[in-house]
Design a protein around this ligand. Structure first.
Ligand SMILES: C[S@@+](CC[C@H](N)C(=O)[O-])C[C@H]1O[C@@H](n2cnc3c(N)ncnc32)[C@H](O)[C@@H]1O
Length: 364
């Protein structure tokens, strides 16, 4: 509010950036709280099955890269660090040959979450960086789960008088939306023709720039991105309804201007824009699918022998219900998984319905 009083309305993107990442008051900097005890859960919070399946997908990528003796395994935006922990554990158990040469690293901007990550990954030899560039040259795999949705978005709206951008100003002592001409001329062209008058469109040059920064740091290998959202056509079925929302203690905060910094803020990812940015930065699309299809293809439902004792049966039932949640077509299962390659094979991957790399003739 003090910033707005001093210098006038901010674009929604600048407001969201400050609400999430301001060094003194931002949600991710000062209070981000993930997991069942916190504000929201991600797939990794539902148990080790997600990390184990992802480890299989990553081992496949390692195989098609030709089993490099050393390779980078980079998680970008690692939250509490439990996905990296589960993934490394599963890799060591299921693919010790791949795990042996893995050089794990995390790209993380939140000092608070970095501290939680080092606790979860205690005893491991792991590098941290706040930008991917510091880890370059990366030869291997970069993955990010539910990170793109945290990037600030510009909110555009079509009015009878043309395209306007949503700014955040002050009215009667409270934060309030103000419509103005787009803050930069190129934003005007980012709203699809099909958005009706009164409809909104969110666009994130910051997320696109971040994907380009991952691509620039990668010399050879893959970038795997998992998130909610859709391609442009899917997002247009919302008829211009915006997707910005907040979460605090698992409750949806419908008004993103309420109590900035006290809750998470997020928007659905425009995967068409992300793909354009990735391809513009030298990545090649390998495949795209839903989390449900990818996890099933990676064998998430393949379980070990039938549990013998009642307590083991109970544990197995709880694991099964976590897997059902990860595959829920109306929930986590609808998330998108997209994989890009740079100077690495891009066909026949098991996660997108290809054969297992080891059984495919073309991969020796
Ligand atoms: C919603 S959490 C997801 C955490 C984790 N990937 C998971 O699956 O549980 C988003 C994470 O991305 C981090 N993050 C946000 N912007 C980032 C950026 N520009 N670079 C690196 N990490 C970022 C946040 O601090 C947080 O750790």
């Amino acid at each position: 509010m003090s910033r707005i009083r001093a210098s006038g309305p901010l674009t929604f993107a600048t407001y969201m950036e400050a609400a999430l990442f301001d060094p003194d008051d931002g949600y991710y900097t000062t209070r981000a709280s993930l997991g069942f005890e916190g504000d929201y859960v991600t797939s990794a919070d539902l148990g080790p099955a997600f990390g184990r399946s992802l480890a299989r997908g990553i081992a496949d990528l390692w195989l098609v890269m030709g089993k490099p003796a050393t390779w980078d395994l980079v998680e970008a935006g690692a939250g509490r660090g439990i996905l990296m922990r589960d993934l490394l554990g599963a890799l060591e158990r299921e693919r010790p040959d791949a795990a042996r040469g893995a050089r794990p690293a995390i790209v993380e901007v939140s000092p608070r979450l970095r501290a939680q990550q080092s606790l979860a990954l205690e005893g491991r030899d792991l590098r941290w960086a706040s930008v991917a560039r510091s880890l370059a040259p990366i030869n291997g795999i970069v993955f990010a789960n539910e990170v793109l949705d945290a990037f600030p978005v510009h909110v555009l709206t079509r009015t009878a008088d043309g395209v306007r951008e949503v700014f955040v100003g002050e009215a009667n002592g409270r934060l309030a939306e103000v419509l103005r001409a787009p803050s930069t001329p190129d934003l005007r062209w980012r709203i699809p023709e099909a958005v009706p008058i009164g409809g909104r469109w969110e666009t994130s040059p910051a997320a696109e720039g971040w994907v380009a920064s991952l691509a620039a740091a990668l010399v050879s290998g893959y970038v795997v991105l998992i998130d909610y959202g859709g391609d442009e056509a899917e997002l247009l079925t919302r008829q211009g309804a915006g997707t910005v929302r907040g979460f605090a203690q698992h409750r949806l905060i419908a008004d993103p201007l309420a109590e900035p910094g006290l809750h998470d803020l997020t928007a659905s990812v425009d995967f068409t824009a992300i793909r354009r940015a990735a391809e513009g930065a030298g990545l090649q699309l390998v495949g795209t699918s839903t989390q449900r299809d990818v996890l099933v293809a990676l064998g998430i439902r393949e379980s070990a022998a039938r549990p013998a004792t009642p307590i083991e049966q109970l544990r197995a039932a709880s694991r099964r219900s976590a897997i059902d949640a990860l595959l829920d077509p109306n929930g986590l299962g609808a998330f998108k998984v997209v994989c890009f390659a740079k100077d690495a094979p891009s066909e026949g991957l098991r996660m997108f319905g290809g054969a297992r790399p080891e059984s495919a003739a073309r991969y020796p």
